[in-house]
Write a protein that binds this ligand. Sequence first.
Ligand SMILES: Nc1ncnc2c1ncn2[C@@H]1O[C@H](COP(=O)(O)OP(=O)(O)O)[C@@H](O)[C@H]1O
Ligand SMILES: [Mg+2]
Length: 232
Amino acid sequence: MLSIKNLHAYYGQSHILQGIDLEVPAGAVVSLLGRNGAGRSTALKAIIGEVQAQGSVRLDDAEMIGLPQHRVARAGIAYVPESRDVFPELTVRKNLSLGMKRGPGGESKWKLEEMFQRFPRLAERAEVNAGSLSGGEQQMLTICRSLLGNPRVMLVDEPTEGLAPKVVAQVAELLSDIAAAGVGILLVEQKLTIAMRLSRTVHVMGRGQIVYSGSPEALTAQPEIFRQWLAV
Ligand SMILES: Nc1ncnc2c1ncn2[C@@H]1O[C@H](COP(=O)(O)OP(=O)(O)O)[C@@H](O)[C@H]1O
Ligand SMILES: [Mg+2]
């Protein structure tokens, strides 16, 4: 559904993304792994048009490269950046309602009340300011807000960073639920165990290129890839 071919991006003179190819099918989690600085966040930003890019990013048959960011979002690609960007002075409910929009076909698959049912913690805190939530709750809120935009694909950058293990498990479960509902997820994740458990396909990035692609099971049989590109 999301098909990326020969994606390049630059920061000034630095050639950061050097020809990325990958696909994110509907209902699948696909992970981008790699060390810090490998270019994973840049890849997500290039896909949504935050960083200028060359190559092809197709959502079904529509080309996204060259479109302004809001058009990419409207086409159905949601981006959840590393920084949990909630509006701290607004209530949880208001934060969520700001994310609501109909899908490309006019449908509205995800609803506010459903978010509250799935995440009683958000319901309990519906009327408090988002700034008072814990890091994990803010991450859930950010993901749920994106979901209310009825995306076809979500790009999620290191959602479990800095979270307590119990909350990490909840975020992982949320992502798994979202994929099960048919949304494609391109996940950048530092925690290999989470990425390996959720993903249909993993891509390992090194220095702006994909150096390995395969199933999580196949990657575990490649100690050399781990040693060269993933071990810290
Ligand atoms: N805004 C920027 N300006 C210049 N260089 C950047 C910028 N953002 C990232 N980089 C550089 O691009 C490379 C890839 O960074 P990034 O995509 O953030 O990697 P990752 O997310 O895998 O840690 C790094 O060398 C980083 O220093
Ligand atoms: Mg990053």
